[in-house]
Each structure stands twice: as C-alpha cells, then as structure tokens.
Design a protein around this ligand. Structure first.
Ligand SMILES: [Zn+2]
Length: 473
C-alpha cells in the first residue's frame, strides 16, 4: 500500500525545520519513504494532489479528557471551581462504562478529523476496570494513535494503582494491546505525608511515565513539585500539565530533570489554572507540548491551541514590558515555534520522537494536508508557519493519514462511523439529564453571574436624563 502527496508546500518539521515548496511526500506501507521533488511512486500508489496546500506532520495533543466530550460545550461558562464541583464531587461518578465509551469515541473521531493523529487520553473517569475497558474499546474503534493515561478521580491514586483489577487491566489491554502508549494520570496535592508515593512506585515498577496536573491555582502547587523531587520521582518523561502557577524554583526542577509541560492555553485562560506559562517555560528551557484539555469547554482542535498560545505569550510579553515603561519591538515567540510544539513537541514529550512528529523517511506516516480551494483564507500562503498558526482551521484539514492509512480524504472522514457515535452520545446525554434531574442539569450549565460593578462615570451628562432621553431644564 502506498500513497504520494504531490506538489505541496511541505513543512517537514525535521531537525532543521526544512520547508520544501512544490514537493512530494511518498508513503509506503505505514512509513514515510521519501520527501523531495518529482518523486517516483510505485505503481498503484494513491495520488493526492497537494497543490495550493500545506503538508505537515500529524499534530499531537498531550492532555485530553476524552470521556468528557460527551458533554461537549456544557461547561462553556464554568470556572475551574465549577468544573471540579460537577465532575469530581457531584456528577462524574454517574458516568457508566458506556458513557466513557461514548465520549471517547466522539473525541477520537474529532481528533483525526482535525488532523490530530496522536492524542493522550487523560482518562480520569475510570472508576472500575469496566470503565477502563470501555475507554480502550472506543480508542481501538477509531484509526488514530492514542496513549491511555489511566486515572480515577473517585479514589486516591495509592488505592486504584494497588488494585488487582488495575493490574489485570494492564496485562490484558496494555501489554498486548493496540495502544500507542500508557501513562499513569494523577495529581499531587502537596499533603506532606506524600500519599501519592505508592502510585509513583507503581509507575516505576511498570516502567511507564506519570502525567500530573501541576501548578493549578487552588489545587496543586510548589509543594507537590518539591515532594516529587525530594522523593526522586521527577524523572525524564514526566509530563506536567498546565504548570501555570509555579515558582522559578519548581520550573528549574522540571527543566533539570528532563520533564516537559503540556500547555492548555484556552483552558488556562478561561478556567483559571494560571496565566498560560510559555513565557516562563521558554526562559527556563523547559520543553513544551500543546493540549486542549476538555471539550466540556473547547473543541479538540490544535489550531486554536497554537493560536491562543502564541497570542497569550505575546500578550504577557507586552504587558510585562509596559509595566516597566518599555516597548516590545521584536517578539520572542514565533509561529514556527508553536507549530513545532504542536508536532515535534508532543512527540518528544511522549518519548515518541523517533516514530512521529516529523515528515522524515522511516517515521510513521502520520500526515496532514491543509488544503481548501474554496476558502479565501488559504491563499496567498506566504509565511507557512504563520499560515498554520493564525490562518488555517479545522475545516481546512483536507486529508489525514495515520500510519499510512487514509482516515480523511477530500475533507471527509474515511471508515468512521459518526452515526454510531452520535447515537451513543445521545444516549449518554439523556441518561445523565434524567438521572440528574432537569433542575440540576440546568443549574450545572448556567452558573450564577456575579453582581456587576459599574464604575461611576465622571463624564456623565448630569443635565441629561437617560430614562426620558430629555435634557433637564
Ligand atoms: Zn486536565
């Protein structure tokens, strides 16, 4: 089986960030065979006309609570506090295995549709092994690359990692399964007794990385980082999600121990984990990957991650300078860097850099073609990285290959059963709505708006009565 992208603007994302205009990408079986001009393809190779488009590596999302996609958009007006109350305290435990399946299935389809070929399922709704089986069943039903980050917010990690059913699941579904990777997902509260130690020991024994929400305002802080460091659990491969409210000392510890940070800019801006930290991370030399966190607020679309991350970093740089009465005349963060974070950054963070994240011979053929001849936004393409970060969007994802397999072609998903996903998500939504009751359902979606404070306006016309729209005489 082979395919060839013809005459595209190719962003290889190789070590030199080679950009090749009018170039071809040849895929043989599951791998990139060659990248260059006027390549010869084997007989029968599928020809994909990339003229007018950008060919780039599949994007990588390193932190997504995929099960929450069944509640798409429900929490649009939430803060992190409301999210915690809804999922952790009140309604998260209502989710049955079939609800985990429904959310994961829709999220997995959404990922490949948006050109996100590798996604970490930060799956912290796994209350039982049946829930975990359902999560993996859904991931295996969709032709994308998925890393399962196993978690369970209804129990302490020292409990669920010690259970027989968890060990049995690892044997059945991880050791001999189709997952692209496996991580343990839990948070470190900063409790001086460090009860999470037992879970870190399980990760070490299994030889798998830990991914942890760190530096989340009001939830996790420098104490958690210190405990991990002093107990020897800050190891290469550890992924720190958000890391938005940490001291310089904690950032130094992350940099020195080979960890990376998964930045969810849209989440940090809206939910309140802290200011999106890339402006700090780049000064501490910490590797970055991007993520979308949860579709209870945002869709799983790394174009918006690139766009908001670039903007938030620049916004902060300007504000910090203005506070010193200075002007930024040259931005530090470039579009090229956020495209790297969305591809290579993710691959490095997951220890998959030899397999995915770039279009170089020998790597897995996870390829995305951005092309939309009907769109006025797809020309001219003058600055390719800028075009990806600030101009392109999900609707421009024309063709997607995962491991050489065509999963989207001419803007349409291939071999994906969206109707089943729709029916399953509808079932989950009606079950939750019925179980919660209409009042709780409505209240959950519509948090109170705090009383507005309106400044007195010194320029108000005192002689004008706004109510009657008359001048007073
Ligand atoms: Zn998260």
């Amino acid at each position: 089986m082979s395919a060839i992208f013809r005459n595209g603007l190719v962003l290889t994302m190789d070590d030199a960030h080679t950009v090749l205009p009018g170039a071809d990408v040849l895929v043989i079986d599951d791998r990139i065979a060659e990248v260059g001009h006027h390549l010869t393809a084997p007989d029968g190779a599928e020809e994909i006309d990339a003229t007018g488009g950008i060919v780039m590596p599949g994007m990588i999302d390193t932190h997504r609570h995929m099960w929450q996609t069944a509640m798409r958009g429900y929490g649009a007006d939430w803060t992190l506090t409301q999210y915690f109350v809804w999922y952790y305290l009140e309604s998260g435990k209502l989710f049955r295995p079939e609800d985990i399946y429904a959310g994961n299935l829709l999220s997995a389809i959404e990922a490949i549709d948006a050109g996100v070929t590798t996604t970490v399922d930060w799956s912290h709704g796994l209350q039982t092994a049946q829930h975990a089986d359902a999560a993996v069943d859904a991931l295996e039903a969709v032709p994308g690359r998925f890393v399962l980050a196993y978690g369970n917010i209804q129990q302490g990690p020292w409990d669920w990692t010690a259970s027989d059913s968890f060990r049995d699941f690892v044997r059945r579904r991880v050791d001999s399964g189709k997952l692209a990777g496996f991580q343990l997902a839990f948070d470190v509260t900063g409790d001086p007794a460090f009860p999470e130690k037992a879970a870190f020991e399980v990760a070490r024994e299994l030889g798998v990385p830990v991914t942890t929400h760190a530096g989340v305002w009001g939830a996790t802080n420098d104490e958690g980082i210190r405990l991990m460091y002093e107990n020897g659990f800050m190891t290469p491969g550890t992924v720190y999600v958000h890391a938005a409210t940490l001291s310089s000392d904690s950032y130094h510890r992350i940099a020195a121990t080979g960890g990376s940070v998964s930045v969810s800019t849209e989440s940090e801006q809206s939910a309140g984990q802290g200011y999106p930290p890339t402006w700090q991370l780049r000064r501490h030399g910490i590797p970055v990957s991007l993520s979308m966190d949860t579709s209870v607020w945002w869709s799983g679309d790394l174009f918006s991650a690139m766009r908001t991350t670039l903007s938030a970093d620049r916004s902060r740089e300007h504000l910090e300078a203005h506070a010193q009465q200075q002007t930024i005349t040259n931005h530090h963060l470039r579009a090229e860097q956020v495209v790297d974070w969305a591809t290579r950054g993710g691959a490095r963070s997951l220890g998959m850099d030899s397999q995915v994240g770039a279009l170089t011979p020998g790597r897995q053929a996870d390829v995305v073609l951005l092309k939309n001849d009907a769109s006025p936004v797809m020309f001219p393409i003058l600055n390719p990285y800028g075009h990806v970060a600030f101009q392109a969007q999900r609707g421009d994802v024309h063709t997607v290959l995962v491991g050489g397999k065509v999963v989207k072609r001419d803007g349409k998903l291939v071999g994906v059963d969206l109707a089943t996903a729709r029916a399953k998500v509808e079932d989950t939504v009606s079950y939750l709505r019925e179980t919660m009751g209409e009042e709780a359902w409505r209240r959950g979606m519509n948090p109170d708006v705090p009383a507005a404070e309106l400044f007195d306006n010194p320029y108000q016309y005192t002689e004008y009565d706004a109510g009657s729209a008359q001048w007073k005489h």
